[in-house]
Design a protein around this ligand. Structure first.
Ligand SMILES: *Cc1c(COP(=O)(O)O)cnc(C)c1O
Length: 371
């Protein structure tokens, strides 16, 4: 007898490792590992979520019509080309499953969002990881990697885990250099956080091109990560494909309700963006003053480079922070770095105080690095 067998390529996949949420016996650790927004969602979104309990016996609207209309209105988009998903991961995954398979190539950055390589492997396609340039996705490197087998190019802009961004004229240059058969995916999970003037998330390019889709999320600056809502804006033909393949009821009743209220509350979003920018600058300055190598961030997290000599390495600092109840993100692809999400004022001051102690070689720091 033979057991059920999945596609051969799935046996080789390593599972996705999410940000840690536990730290050595701390029951309520400070979690700065998943780029959630501690500033919190709009109170109107929380109210809409509670009110939605009345509708829980019914399936949600399969078209997410009210949510799509609200998104289209706020962003000035054509509602027929907006699609909603269970987080933008849903849309990114649908894109890969719809456009790539064995023998096809999918391009992304070496230091980029994990979902692209994981889902590329899941469909048996070949992932091409292009080295970053100055921490950002490298336009020339990506153009050089394109072949006739390339189906998709993913750019997370700003990039996760580096926090850097590609200026808009470079995105336009990338698009101009891509063959028409390649679908360019502009993943704007952190678009709301960006304060750089030469950044665009890409809606205007979506409207004039046949091969560009932009994805966005309610998980980061809208602070609704637990509800799983994201959206995409693409050419009619691409949206049609995704609508055929997606699960019909992919966004739940309370998620749709809360997201509608959240997107309509742009004042709350602005306040959250201002808070993030202020603490991002403060933490960047504080960590730089310790002699650490902070990558310029336009997102809601910082990538911080540590010395390579013990006892000041990134992994030793990570241990020290965990022992003190702080969880940040250690990255297997960047072992000399830690990724630290912006948190509340108290959390930001707390993590900086701990890293300061660590870098000053406090007794606790030495002790922690032995663990
Ligand atoms: C967090 C993140 C997403 C998506 O998150 P969802 O919660 O699925 O919307 C997408 N891309 C990048 C680069 C991210 O960091």
């Amino acid at each position: 007898m033979t057991a059920p067998k999945a596609h051969a390529w799935i046996d080789e996949m390593k599972p996705y490792v999410p940000g840690k949420s536990k730290a050595y016996g701390h029951h309520h650790p400070v979690k700065l590992s998943s780029n959630e927004s501690v500033y919190g969602p709009s109170p109107k979104a929380m109210e809409a979520y509670r009110a939605a309990t009345e509708g829980m016996i019914r399936y949600p609207d399969a078209e997410s019509a009210e949510l799509r209309a609200a998104i289209a209105e706020v962003h000035g988009l054509d509602v027929s080309r907006v699609i909603c998903g269970a987080g933008s991961d849903d849309i990114l995954t649908l894109l890969i499953h719809s456009y790539a398979g064995p023998g096809d190539e999918v391009i992304y950055s070496q230091y980029g969002f994990m979902v692209y390589p994981v889902q590329t492997e899941a469909v048996g396609a070949t992932g091409i990881a292009v080295p970053n340039k100055n921490w950002a996705p490298d336009v020339d490197g990506i153009l050089g990697a394109v072949t006739e087998r390339t189906k998709l190019v993913f750019i997370d802009n700003p990039n996760n885990p580096t926090g850097t961004y590609v200026p808009w004229n470079e995105i336009e240059r990338l698009h101009a250099g891509l063959p028409k058969h390649v679908l360019l995916v502009l993943d704007g999970a952190y678009a709301e956080c960006v304060t750089a003037a030469d950044y665009q998330a890409g809606a205007a390019l979506v409207e004039r091109a046949e091969n560009v889709i932009m994805t966005r999320t309610f998980s980061k600056m809208y602070a609704l990560a637990g509800l799983r809502v994201g959206w995409g804006y693409g050419p009619a033909a691409v949206i049609d494909v995704l609508n055929r393949v997606r699960m019909p009821f992919n966004v739940s009743v309370p998620a749709q309700a809360a997201a509608v209220a959240a997107v309509k509350d742009q004042d709350h979003l602005k306040a959250s963006v201002a808070f993030n920018a202020e603490w991002r600058a403060w933490e960047t300055a504080a960590l730089s003053a310790l002699g650490l190598d902070v990558v310029h961030s336009e997102a809601n997290f910082l990538l911080v480079g540590f010395p390579t000599e013990s006892p000041f390495t990134a992994l030793e600092c990570n241990e020290y922070l965990m022992k003190n109840g702080y969880i940040v993100r250690a990255l297997s692809v960047l072992p000399d770095h830690l990724r630290i999400s912006i948190g509340s004022e108290q959390q930001n001051r707390g993590v900086i105080a701990l890293i300061t102690d660590f870098m000053n070689g406090s007794p606790e720091a030495g002790e922690a690095s032995d663990g």
